[in-house]
Design a protein around this ligand. Structure first.
Ligand code: FES
Length: 166
């Protein structure tokens, strides 16, 4: 359980909020769970819900809504392409399809080397610079805008190179 390994951290997070606003601790607690397990597991979801006195479904909806949270295991990096309507009008869907083809995965899948999970996500606030994606990894989140399949493959190559030197 999360509380077994991170009791002090959990208490510090909860202490930031008055008891009547305990639910506000959901986001940092989910983030802690994700750091621990790589994604928010069902058990962690339940635990966070109990810690803040909320319904498991409510906490689950946060995980579903925010692209920063993942409810499934993934690769070392998550390459998240915005496929929302404004970006789709600038070719994001075709871009996503072709990039997946190049990587040998389906949208939502992970490359066989376990390095890249490609996901389609909703608006990332770069609508006029599509096709665009963000890459989430241990070193944070990086945006890549006005992309082509070729430039995106270069980003992937760089990630693989960086990872092999880590
Ligand atoms: S719709 Fe794609 S970034 Fe806004």
């Amino acid at each position: 359980m999360l509380a077994d390994k991170h009791r002090a951290e959990i208490e510090a997070i909860l202490a930031k909020y008055p008891p009547e606003h305990r639910r506000s601790a959901a986001m940092p607690l989910l983030y802690l769970a994700q750091q621990e397990y790589g994604h928010v597991t069902q058990a962690a979801l339940q635990e966070v819900a109990e810690l803040i006195g909320a319904d498991r479904t409510q906490v689950g909806s946060l995980v579903g809504f925010y692209t920063l949270y993942h409810d499934q295991p993934g690769g070392t990096y998550r390459l998240q392409i915005c496929t929302d309507l404004p970006c789709a009008l600038r070719g994001a869907e075709t871009f996503a399809e072709k990039l997946c083809e190049n990587l040998g995965v389906r949208l939502g899948g992970t490359t066989p080397d376990g390095m890249i999970t490609v996901e389609g996500v909703m608006c990332l606030a770069g609508c006029d610079r599509a096709p665009m994606f963000q890459v989430q990894g241990a070193d944070g989140i990086h945006y890549h805008e006005n992309q082509t399949v070729e430039s995106a493959m270069k980003v992937v190559d760089d990630l693989r190179r960086k990872s092999s030197h880590a």
